[in-house]
Ligand binder design. Structure first.
Ligand code: CO8
Length: 258
């Protein structure tokens, strides 16, 4: 891995996009490396949660690498977008919690990367936006779809059509990020949240991610069917029995992921 760093911190895989000279911009290789890290982590039992962040104190990810984008023609533009989209879908559907620690600029593809994560925590200096139209393009890594689903079409269109950057507090106000904290508390806040989630029933956490992320793309009735099916499956697990027993016995549950 040349452009990302990974570290497993007691079960939390911290993936850091590491191209600070270009504010962690995503070239094709970086996207492929992020995809590979998630692919490996998916089957690695030592990974219970992921935090995605950017190197340095200035940027999460300042977008796709414009030097590379400038070379795209109609064919390579489409295939490049599709390759990234596939990886961002794998992040969105990742069976363990994925938290974006947005530590500065999250623009264009960087904002789209944060949108693909399950939860976004931002530092006070963060600036977010989809400025693609200022370059004569549109978001290509799922931003038009995810932003509209997260914020509603009205707010998403305002941000996508204007290309405006918004600060962290506005992003929190409109629901683009979940929470804003001082920069020096960002990683700690993300780790505490990850550990809180990791203390819950892991099978239930995975099922909840699937119910929300897959279910919300289905018609309501089918989403409810998925929810009920996952609920039923959980009822057959040891963890569910342990969770209820622990409540009744007034003690902390000891989940085993089985
Ligand atoms: N790509 C390449 N290089 C970048 C990028 C980028 N996205 N962003 C910053 N850099 C480079 C700068 O060129 C500069 O390099 P150098 O030191 O060699 O001049 C270095 O990073 C530092 O940047 P600045 O000097 O510009 O720093 P400032 O603090 O003055 O400004 C900004 C910071 C506001 C973040 C500014 O750098 C900026 O506007 N960057 C571009 C933001 C942007 O437009 N992002 C969207 C890109 S398009 C996109 O993401 C499309 C996604 C979908 C693709 C679909 C597949 C085809």
């Amino acid at each position: 891995m040349e452009n990302i760093k990974t570290e497993n911190k007691d079960g939390i895989l911290i993936i850091t996009v590491d191209r600070p000279k270009v504010l962690n911009a995503l070239n094709a290789q970086t996207i492929a490396e992020i995809g590979e890290a998630f692919h490996v982590a998916r089957f690695d039992e030592a990974v219970k949660a992921v935090i995605l962040t950017g190197a340095g104190e200035k940027a999460f990810v300042a977008g796709a690498d414009i030097n590379e984008l400038a070379q795209c023609n109609a064919i390579t533009g489409k295939t490049t977008a599709e390759k990234g989209q596939r990886i961002f879908i794998a992040i969105e559907r990742f069976p363990k919690p994925v938290i974006a620690a947005v530590n500065g600029f999250a623009l264009g593809g960087g904002c789209e990367l944060a949108l693909a994560c399950h939860i976004r925590i931002a530092s006070e200096n963060a600036k977010l936006g989809l400025p693609e139209v200022t370059l004569g393009i549109i978001p290509g890594y799922g931003g038009t779809q995810r932003m509209a689903r997260l914020l509603g079409k009205g707010k998403a269109l305002e941000l996508i059509l204007s290309g405006d950057r918004i600060d962290a507090s506005e992003a929190e106000r409109i629901g683009l990020v979940n929470k804003v904290v001082p920069l020096d508390q960002l990683m700690q806040t993300c780790e505490e949240l990850a550990r809180r989630i990791m203390s819950r029933g892991p099978l239930a956490v995975t099922a909840a991610i699937e119910a929300v992320m897959s279910g919300s793309e289905m018609p309501f009735e089918e989403g409810q069917f998925l929810e009920a099916t996952l609920f039923g499956l959980l009822c057959a697990t040891e963890d569910t029995k342990e969770g209820m027993k622990a409540f009744i016995e007034k003690r902390a549950a000891q989940f085993k992921g089985a």
